[in-house]
Design a protein around this ligand. Structure first.
Ligand SMILES: [Zn+2]
Length: 114
């Protein structure tokens, strides 16, 4: 018998994430002032958090903020980037995320303090 926990969330055209993994992410975060919701998973060198799971004998790694975006807004179109409006790479507050093309994203670095 299948349950809702056997269902998957499509993140993009390559990755589908089981709901049990989505639930795990929802249990490991902290809220910061300013509304950021930061994953407690270890950051990579860019500060992004990712989660790994096994699917069909293959280890799959997905960035937490991309998964959070896809949960609310649907799958991320091929080639698109999920950008942080808050400049906090570990944040997965869906209100702080938006979709950008890669060229838009490279033009949109954190403004320098003047
Ligand atoms: Zn944030």
């Amino acid at each position: 018998m299948s349950t809702y926990l056997d269902e998957t969330i499509p993140v993009d055209d390559r990755i589908e994430v089981p709901l049990r993994i989505v639930k795990r992410i929802g249990n490991h975060y902290e809220r910061l002032e300013g509304g950021c919701i930061v994953s407690r998973y270890a950051p990579n060198k860019n500060g992004y958090r990712s989660v790994q799971f096994w699917s069909g004998g293959r280890k799959v790694q997905v960035l937490v903020h991309r998964l959070a975006y896809a949960c609310l807004y649907g799958p991320i179109p091929s080639g698109m980037t999920v950008d942080h409006l808050c400049f906090t790479p570990g944040c997965f507050n869906q209100d702080h995320l938006r979709l950008l093309t890669p060229s838009e994203n490279s033009r949109n670095r954190r403004p320098k303090a003047s």
